[in-house]
Structures are given as structure tokens and as C-alpha cells.
Design a protein around this ligand. Structure first.
Ligand code: NAD
Ligand code: ZN
Length: 272
């Protein structure tokens, strides 16, 4: 994956322009519910923002993990290979967050939409496993997962959830080489099956909920663009505008995912 760094910096520094809309836009929530009910196939595309209310900071947080570790420095595969001990400091902190976080009402709302037969899949850029923890079944982990680790030298894969923080950085039980969490670092390719399935879902859906992503990490950010090209309705849910807003998105519902998703689910139930 790679990041559009020019946009990254522009968006990071434009934070002061952001004013949170305190009142949820009822009309847009009704419109989203209607779009979901009318669509033959709806998918969700989620980013770090959906897990912020579970206590996992996104890349843009004013505080937290990414103030301590610049993602562009620590999240690149070259950094991992050249100084794994340094990168493992960040991975250990992320591991602790991911292993203790609980799904929030946004994750739970998406799982509910799936159970209602109204959501085909969740394509997530997140590595925290919170969609599955909330009960979503069809989850595509576009950037891998923190829950498993693989050996860099042999085919061994371990379940990370059974490891304690003191065990990290862990060594391969078979060959003693260093293990790497199965997350996609910048500079690494997307797992081919996840990419192929995601692209298929995005090309065949009629509506896509784009939730809590800055939409600047590629190729993930091409998912809503592909959907739009095939005529799907693109519904964006975010605290602030993104490069998709007004270009690719049909509309943006401003605010927190943890409030907006449950409101949409409630409205879907009401209109159904
Ligand atoms: P990002 O940090 O670039 O952007 C997060 C977006 O979420 C921003 O647009 C922000 O305005 C929005 N947001 C923040 N809080 C929100 C809320 N409560 N409700 C709705 N929107 C909210 O994240 P990205 O686009 O996912 O790209 C960063 C990359 O780093 C991805 O690969 C991502 O998976 C990874 N990452 C993952 C996690 C995780 O697994 N939880 C955490 C940090 C980064
Ligand atoms: Zn090994």
C-alpha cells in the first residue's frame, strides 16, 4: 500500500478548519436508510476512524499513538526490516490497544445490518478485528490483521491473541527467526485474495458506506471510486471532508460513526 503524501500533509494541516457538526443531519440519515433499503447490494468500506470510539487512535489524532510514532517512519516495511526492534516498540503499543479494545456502536450497527440481510460485506483497512468481534461475518481485511503473526523465514503462523505483551517481539517456535504481525505495512502488497474479493464487491455493489477513512491510502481508496464508476451510491460518514467529498461521494454525513451508524440502523428499521 502507499499513501498520497501530498494529500496527507494537506489534510493533516487543515485540521483547524474542521468544525464538528453537533447535530446529526436527520435528513441525510433518512436518505442513507432509504438508499440502503433500495439498493440490491450494499457494502461498507471502513478505516481507522470507525475504531476511534473504541479507543484506538487514527493516524490523524492530535494525541495518542501516532504522536509518539510517525506512521510514515514506523509503518513502512523498510523500517521493519532495517530496525525491527524499533518498529516492534510501536507494534507492542498497537498490540496492547488492539487486544483490549471492544467494538463500539458503529461496528455493532454494521453487524446488525448484515444480519438484517442489508449488508453484503465489510471491507476494512483496520487491523484490529473489531468488526468480527461485533458479529460481522463477511469481513475482508484489506490490510491484514494484528491477530496473527508470521515468521519471516519459514511458513509458520501463530495466533497472536494467545501471546502476552511480555512475549513480544516473539520469535518463531520452529526456526527462531523474527515474527511479523500479519498487517500490511506501507510498501507491501495487499493480500491478493482480499484485494480481488474487495474489488469484486466494489464493482458489483449498488451502494457503499464509506466510514471513518481519510481515503488517501491506496489501493484501498480506489474501492469507493470503483463503486462510483459502476454507478453505486457513495455515502460517506466522517468527522470531516476527505478527497472523496463532493467528488466521489453522493453525500457526507458529518459526525461520529458511533452515533451515525446506529441512527441509520434505527431509521432502516423504521422505514422497512
Ligand atoms: P486515517 O487515520 O488516515 O483517517 C481516519 C479518518 O477517520 C479521518 O478522515 C477522520 O476524520 C475520521 N474519523 C476520526 N474519528 C472518527 C469518528 N469517530 N467517526 C467517523 N470518522 C472519524 O485512517 P485510514 O483512512 O484508515 O488510513 C490509515 C491506515 O492505517 C489504514 O491502513 C488503517 O487501517 C491503518 N490504521 C488502522 C487502525 C486500526 O486498525 N484501528 C488504527 C490506525 C491506523
Ligand atoms: Zn520460522
Amino acid at each position: 500500500m502507499f499513501m498520497r503524501t501530498d494529500l496527507f500533509h494537506r489534510i493533516s494541516s487543515s485540521r483547524s478548519y474542521f468544525t464538528e457538526d453537533k447535530t446529526m443531519d436527520r435528513q441525510l440519515i433518512q436518505r442513507a436508510a432509504q438508499d440502503i433499503l433500495q439498493s440490491k447490494k450494499t457494502i461498507a468500506f471502513t478505516g481507522a476512524g470507525i475504531s476511534v470510539e473504541s479507543g484506538i487512535p487514527d493516524f490523524r489524532s492530535a494525541e495518542g499513538l501516532w504522536q509518539k510514532y510517525d506512521p510514515e517512519e514506523y509503518a513502512h516495511i523498510h523500517a521493519f526490516y532495517s530496525d525491527p526492534d524499533k518498529v516492534w516498540l510501536m507494534l507492542k503499543d498497537m498490540f496492547t490497544l488492539v487486544m483490549t479494545a471492544k467494538p463500539n456502536p458503529a461496528h455493532i450497527g454494521l453487524a446488525e445490518l448484515e444480519r438484517m440481510g442489508l449488508l453484503s460485506s465489510v471491507i476494512t483497512q483496520n487491523v484490529d478485528g473489531l468488526h468480527q468481534a461485533a458479529g460481522s461475518k463477511n469481513v475482508i481485511e484489506f490490510h491484514g490483521s494484528h491477530r496473527t503473526l508470521s515468521c519471516l523465514k519459514c511458513p509458520t503462523t501463530l495466533d497472536g491473541t494467545s501471546l502476552k505483551i511480555e512475549d513480544l517481539p516473539a520469535r518463531c517456535p520452529r526456526c527462531s527467526s523474527l515474527l511479523k504481525p500479519d498487517v500490511v505495512f506501507f510498501g507491501e502488497p495487499i493480500p491478493p485474495k482480499a484485494q480481488a474479493y474487495s474489488f469484486k464487491e466494489s464493482k458489483s455493489c449498488r451502494a457503499v458506506l464509506v466510514i471513518g477513512t481519510s481515503a488517501i491510502v491506496y489501493p484501498a481508496a480506489s474501492i469507493p471510486i470503483m463503486a462510483k464508476e459502476e454507478g453505486a451510491t457513495v455515502i460517506e460518514i466522517n468527522m470531516e471532508p476527505t478527497p472523496l467529498t463532493g467528488q466521489i461521494s453522493d453525500y457526507l454525513i458529518s459526525g461520529s460513526a458511533g452515533k451515525i451508524i446506529p441512527a441509520i440502523v434505527e431509521e432502516v428499521r423504521r422505514q422497512r
